[in-house]
Design a protein around this ligand. Structure first.
Ligand code: MN
Length: 176
């Protein structure tokens, strides 16, 4: 079922790419979730600089952050995460080489994938988008490599959309 809100959520994704020259997926029809689970994926992207792309499914698209040093794997570790354009859901399965001369040229390989749960039980897509807009999203990852509590927290305002991806303590003793 198509989702009417945020029709142009993938406009930036489409504008940055020439789909005659890149194997990346075309903007897909935005779809509603069919089940209770939302997916996440982390892609290792060996572009001009190596980084990891962290993506969370929200409301039919993948909200995306580029994490230069890769996701934190121990509690308390914080990693810079730069928010980038929404990607189509089909990007969660993408692996391959983006040819020279294209946006993000270089190799893309899936590093981890699985499901995530918002910490606020029963949160809707609208709730999650609202938390992202406000600059703080707590969630639990159920991946092959990454598991447990994390938070994305925004620390700049305006055009530079800089966030921290932080692995939290499992006992909840840290507030962030
Ligand atoms: Mn990337």
């Amino acid at each position: 079922m198509p989702v009417s809100k945020q029709e142009d959520a993938l406009g930036a994704y489409t504008r940055k790419r020439n789909f005659g020259n890149t194997p990346e997926p075309l903007k897909n029809d935005r779809v509603s979730r069919t089940g209770p689970n939302r997916q996440f994926v982390i892609q290792r992207h060996h572009a001009s600089t190596l980084h990891f792309d962290f993506r969370l499914e929200v409301d039919g698209v993948l909200k995306s952050w580029a994490v230069p040093k890769g996701p934190p794997q121990a509690a308390g570790i914080r990693r810079l995460a730069i928010k980038v354009e929404d990607h189509p859901l089909s990007y969660a399965k993408f692996e391959g080489t983006i040819p020279e001369g294209n946006y993000g040229a270089g190799k893309v390989k899936i590093w981890d994938h699985g499901w995530y749960l918002p910490e606020v039980q029963g949160a809707s897509d609208k709730d999650i988008n609202s938390q992202i807009r406000k600059g703080s999203l707590k969630f639990i990852l159920q991946g092959r490599k990454l598991k447990g509590k994390f938070v994305l927290t925004k620390f700049t305002k305006g055009e530079r959309d800089q966030w921290l991806l932080i692995k939290r303590k499992e006992d909840g003793s840290d507030t962030k």
